[in-house]
Design a protein around this ligand. Structure first.
Ligand code: ZN
Length: 278
């Protein structure tokens, strides 16, 4: 089953309560869950096409990391709260809303952003909710994962799986170009420690496209891939290699720190300084 047919099920109110959205890349999965949530929580009259895109429901449902994101009280997203895991505490807190009535829509939507990172205890808490859903009004759960095979069999067996297609690969030429621009200033910085070279290295990573969208993850992923490539291509001291690999990992996490008012340039400069200075 594909996204279009599941949208049709959602708009006719016949969607299975727990759905795994797998495949695609992170952005594709997030956008699919937002589109489905709009369909399910749209406030347009029954006979209208859903999502209408204009009602109070549709306009406020958005992925929570966006700058000044609109807010809908019946759309809940569980983000990974540990470095590599989604904790049981966060999951239980997230699940609590399901035991209350919806605030303003006719139902509620719950999205687990990285279902593969649920700890076993967190998965149990979620499972309990899927097995004994509160009955008063429709609750829909979307479990997002790069591949459903990473999810516990107990979660898989209670969910419908929707495959969103292959992940789009990063453009190799763009990665190589960024790596070349980044490596020079970093080499100079490592030999003489001038902060100007750190700024130039940050600027080199900003040369790719796509930064104008504050929610985009792709430019961060490109920059991280360029750093990893640079580490592979150049001879450097083990300590510098370690610091650069840590920096690449920071970058993959960066979209969640793009809070209001901090530009990507400032964020990048801060991350470089934190890993490489001193
Ligand atoms: Zn609507």
């Amino acid at each position: 089953m594909d996204l279009a047919s599941i949208q049709a099920l959602a708009s006719s109110g016949r969607l299975y309560p727990a759905v795994i959205l797998d495949g695609g890349d992170e952005t594709v999965r997030q956008e699919a869950s937002v589109a489905l949530a709009r369909t399910l929580l749209c406030a347009a009259p029954e006979e209208a096409a859903r999502p209408c895109g204009a009602c109070r429901g549709c306009t406020r449902i958005a992925w929570p990391e966006a700058d000044g994101a609109p807010f809908h009280p019946d759309f809940h997203v569980l983000l990974r709260d540990r470095r590599t895991a989604t904790s049981a505490e966060a999951t239980k807190q997230f699940a609590q809303a399901a035991y209350q009535a919806p605030f303003e829509a006719s139902g509620q939507v719950f999205v687990v952003s990285e279902a593969a990172t649920l700890t076993p205890e967190a998965a149990d808490a979620l499972l309990k909710l899927l097995e004994e859903p509160p009955r008063q009004s429709p609750r829909h759960f979307f479990l997002l994962s790069a591949t459903r095979r990473d999810l516990l069999p107990t979660l898989r067996s209670r969910s419908l799986s929707i495959y969103l297609g292959a992940a789009t690969a990063l453009d190799e030429d763009a990665v190589r170009e960024l790596a070349e621009g980044f490596g020079g200033p970093i080499d100079r910085y490592l030999s003489d420690g001038s902060p100007v070279d750190l700024l130039l290295a940050a600027e080199a990573l900003l040369a790719s496209k796509g930064w104008e969208d504050p929610r985009a993850r792709r430019p961060w992923a490109l920059a991280a891939a360029a750093i990893v490539r640079d580490v592979g291509d150049r001879q450097r001291a083990p300590r510098a290699r370690r610091a650069l690999l840590d920096l690449a990992s920071d970058l993959l996490d960066a979209p969640r720190w793009r809070v209001r008012g901090i530009s990507q340039a400032r964020l990048l400069e801060g991350m470089l300084a934190r890993r490489l200075a001193g």
